[in-house]
Design a protein around this ligand. Structure first.
Ligand SMILES: [Zn+2]
Length: 267
């Protein structure tokens, strides 16, 4: 599951590659957009909202219907990615059959691999796709009080599930969920109502994501050395960095939880 900082970084890659550019070609390889041609469209900006990517474009004047401001929405889910290549470069990041869209500009080619929820909608209707999201941890309008309010509104949910629920706050995936709860000494199965300091938990999540903006190695420990970047995530059966107890792992579908049973006792 991608985390908010990965999506934020991806939005920046697209911003640097395409912002201000007039597209010289497009190639959509998904049925719902197979007939779409963005040649001549201008890329206004690339933004992220939680785990959603919003590429905002302006249609040429003669395009008409729906106004001129459009948004190409995509979601990376577990396995999606955007890459920017220089014109003439080989597209080597992923196998070609995973390509869902290609956007060409004079200075760069953006290739979207295994993207989900690819849709072209009027920018004025963006809220229909992202309006349900809670405050974005990495957004310019980050609102910790609102995130706490939304979490507290469902007090019986486990904090592990609640942090992943993008309606509460947008951007936390399994990695940050596990790491935040370890650092707070809270078991993932604690009901939200029993979490001692929700504001502190939310604030820590925001700081951890923000610290990893601008790089692709995600660290919650402060170390960027391989094998030392997390306290519990990905460390099943390894000794807790604090107390030496074996880290545990439990899987529920896409929800993976790692925790230290000694540092994060069940209440
Ligand atoms: Zn421990």
């Amino acid at each position: 599951m991608p985390e908010g900082d990965t999506v934020w970084n991806t939005a920046r890659v697209l911003q640097r590659a395409l912002a201000g550019a007039r597209l010289t070609g497009s190639d959509f390889r998904v049925p719902q957009l197979a007939a779409t041609d963005l040649t001549g469209w201008t890329v206004r900006e690339s933004a992220s909202r939680g785990k959603h990517l919003l590429l905002r474009l302006t249609a040429p004047p003669d395009e008409g219907n729906g106004g001129r401001d459009w948004t190409l929405h995509s979601h990376l889910r577990m396995d999606g990615a955007w890459r920017a290549y220089a014109p003439g470069d080989r597209w080597a990041a992923r196998p070609a059959h995973l390509i869902r869209v290609v956007l060409r500009s004079p200075g760069a080619v953006a290739v979207g691999y295994h993207l989900h929820e690819l849709a072209l909608i009027p920018t004025a209707e963006e809220e229909s796709l992202v309006g349900h999201l809670g405050p974005d941890l990495l957004g310019p309008d980050w609102d910790p009080d609102e995130a706490v309010r939304r979490l507290a509104a469902r007090p019986d949910e486990t904090i592990g599930e609640a942090l992943l629920d993008q309606r509460n706050l947008a951007g936390v995936g399994n990695l940050y969920k596990c790491e935040v709860l370890f650092l707070r000494g809270v078991s993932p199965w604690t009901p939200v109502r029993a979490v001692p300091d929700l504001a502190g938990t939310v604030g820590l999540a925001q700081r951890l994501l923000a610290a990893n903006r601008g790089r692709w190695t995600q660290s919650t420990t402060g170390s960027l050395h391989r094998g030392q970047t997390s306290y519990v995530y990905g460390r099943r059966a390894q000794p807790c960095r604090r107390c030496g107890t074996a880290i545990r792992k439990e899987e529920l579908g896409e929800r993976v939880t790692y925790w230290c049973p000694a540092c994060q006792p069940d209440r």
